[in-house]
Design a protein around this ligand. Sequence first.
Ligand code: 13P
Length: 261
Amino acid sequence: MAAHKRTPLIAGNWKLNSNHLEAISLVQKLAFSLKDTDFDQAEVTVLPPFTALRSVQTLVDGDKLRITYGAQDISQHEQGAYTGEISGGMLAKLGCTYALAGHSERREYHNEDDATVNGKVKAAFASDITPILCLGEGLQVRKAGDQVSHTVAQLDAALAGVTAEQATQLVVAYEPVWAIGTGEVATPEDAQEVCAALRARLGELYSDDVAEATRILYGGSVKADNIAGIMAQDDVDGALVGGASLKPDEFVSLVRFRDQG
Ligand SMILES: O=C(CO)COP(=O)(O)O
């Protein structure tokens, strides 16, 4: 298996699942199962719904858990008349390390375009929250063989006005839309092709140092039986996990991807 220069990140995107009481139970189970984990080998983060963040914060702080947490979305605005929005400042106050920006479900169901995603990435940095910038092509684009140009264009648009210093902190998640929640996982080679292209583009936009520092995750039907092959790719530094992150045992086996055959 490739030696990772970057600390792998295994992130659980809970999506629209778990009220705050269920979230407490899930994090407690996770913490118990992870108690012998070497967190230098992999960073673990969970992304619960907004309404559970305060409970997760209390648990993580109170029990001094080694996991981090974040939000599934962030407003591009800091404050004002934006009904229903949650700002970076609010998330920072809740101890969030991360916020997803531009998840394909936000792009698809909430009409988030590249300019909005760019605003969210910048809003995250402005509040010292690390954006996990989600990119990926749909099935038509994949069938046309345009996955690299499509995803690189999304990266360019999302990073407009982002400085090299900020970009060093960035996390990118390549999530081909056709592989999300479908059981249709991309092959390790599919994941590597796009993740390598994204890293090369970061090098062009900023520098080799930024490209080398940035963690690029793969997401889309990641499970215990396919994570090892994906993590063995040189340019894949972790996984953004949906369904499997709701099952503590399965999620822990993803964190221990080195043990999976
Ligand atoms: O969208 C995803 C994570 O953000 C992937 O979801 P699944 O792991 O359920 O395919």
